[in-house]
Write a protein that binds this ligand. Structure first.
Ligand code: GLU
Length: 296
């Protein structure tokens, strides 16, 4: 597991990315990193260990750019160190990734024969080189589609491009990814908690979908590149209360929250208007059910 964040705005984004990475630290903390675009260049700053170390990195203070991505890592391929920390970048793209690319070894071999030089031991870096390769002959959307067709495994991705100063691409298969909507800025994040201090307006990507996030517009696409519409959900403050509150531990809080959490889960499947159960292909008649047992 790991956490990813992306922000495109009309103001510098590095400190907001650091703040969001702190909220994502529960997902991974062996290393952390950020990349932003400024003056037409991709700048990368990465540190081993927790987000605190990244924040103390002297290069962060001078990091400019109003579009950027960030990552907290929990290594699957390659030891936890600064080189393997995300983002991974070429001259043209920078990528953060949550998940595992299962066919990375075979893709890496074929990219090396095409002259690509790898810096890290991660599975993620093949994504960087694939997009860089496809961009030579394709536009952005087709390069993303081709890359997504090539990789196998699970992923949530955040990608920025040297020649696109106001744009982040997000994509997911297996790993979670949310889009957030703010004033003159928009966001990508592994969960709504990471975006909480910036917005309560959220859309979730489904498996296979990707999106192009600009500061004043977000477009969503299915796995074939067809444009799709997304619901924007407004999360209430209770849905967003992810801090410990007065509880001593998260576990105590979660135990206390169980009745509300179950109610929220079940509510999604209740059709209050028709007094019915709203589950596709539900095989029983409602009046035949006398009790429900939940196990987990
Ligand atoms: N597989 C990637 C890596 O090892 C991402 C791991 C993660 O999800 O943190 O760098």
């Amino acid at each position: 597991m790991c956490g990813i964040i992306g922000i495109t705005s009309n103001k510098p984004v590095s400190s907001a990315i650091i703040n969001s990475l702190r909220k994502l630290e529960y997902r991974g903390y062996d290393s952390a990193g950020i990349s932003t675009l400024s003056d037409g260049f991709i700048n990368e700053v990465k540190s081993e260990g927790r987000v605190d170390n990244l924040e103390k990195n002297p290069a962060i203070k001078s990091m400019e750019g109003s579009v950027g991505i960030g990552h907290v890592r929990w290594a699957t391929h390659g030891i936890p160190n600064t080189i393997n920390a995300h983002p991974h970048s070429s001259e043209t793209v920078s990528v953060v990734h949550n998940g595992i690319i299962e066919n990375s070894a075979i893709l890496k071999k074929s990219l090396i024969t095409k002259g690509h030089k790898f810096k890290s031991q991660t599975d993620t870096e093949v994504i960087v080189h694939l997009i860089t390769e496809y961009l030579k002959e394709n536009d952005l959307k087709n390069s993303i589609l081709k890359m997504l067709k090539k990789i196998q495994g699970s992923f949530a991705l955040g990608i920025i491009f040297k020649n696109q100063p106001d744009l982040i691409v997000g994509a997911r298969r297996g790993s979670p990814l949310a889009v957030g909507y703010g004033p003159n800025e928009n966001y990508l994040g592994s969960d709504s908690y990471a975006l909480k201090s910036m917005t309560n307006k959220i859309s979730y990507l489904n498996d296979g979908e990707f999106c192009i996030v600009k500061k004043d517009e977000v477009e969503f696409f299915d796995e074939n590149g067809n444009k799709i519409n997304k619901k924007i959900l407004e999360l209430s403050s209770t849905e967003q209360s992810y801090d410990k509150g007065d509880f001593k531990h998260f576990m105590a809080k979660e135990i206390e929250e169980q009745p509300f959490t179950l109610k929220n889960c079940i509510n999604e499947y209740i059709d209050n208007i028709n007094n019915d159960i709203n589950i596709y292909n539900f095989p029983w008649k409602n009046n035949e059910i006398s009790s429900v047992t939940l196990i987990g």
